[in-house]
Design a binder for this molecule. Sequence first.
Ligand code: K1U
Ligand code: ZN
Length: 169
Amino acid sequence: MALLSILRYPDPRLHTVAKPVQAVDARIRTLVADMLETMYDANGIGLAATQGDVHERLIVIDVSEERNAPIVLINPEITWASEEKQVGDEGCLSVPGIYDGVERSVAVHVSALDAEGLPRTIEAEGLLAVCIQHEMDHLLGKVFVEYLSPLKRKRIKTKMLKQLREERA
Ligand code: K1U
Ligand code: ZN
């Protein structure tokens, strides 16, 4: 297994639209293992393949306290989203240190393939529903800061570029 390097906002590659996974084969199973390892190592509750610069429709999630309940969603599609919405604070491993409120559906239904390539459906609410919507946005090339005001986004971009410059100095 290997840790993936997580793309940092405002890297333009984060805006790539992911393509469907063609076959759940050994390459995809290795990618799933690497994404889970990377998510746990970074203390995240989710990770989209996009963040690892792999532009295929694959996300991993674990919202459990014990960090022992991984969810793998390949070619996920939201089949239903509640009209009821709620604003909650979100973070992103690609935008470290930034947390802000985003409005999301309170509940979603998702269909996908699991790590074995078998179809599965999930009826999610609460943090899991929020995380699924956040990760699926990544697959569409959208980062949560794009829901914020242009002024906030500009400030975040400046802060991220400064952080990157300092890390490289
Ligand atoms: O996509 C990612 O970068 C992962 C992201 C997922 C996420 C967190 C919070 C709301 C929606 C989606 C993270 O895991 S950020 C990590 C983090 O600090 C966090 C962990 C648990 C709850 C809230 C934030
Ligand atoms: Zn994110």
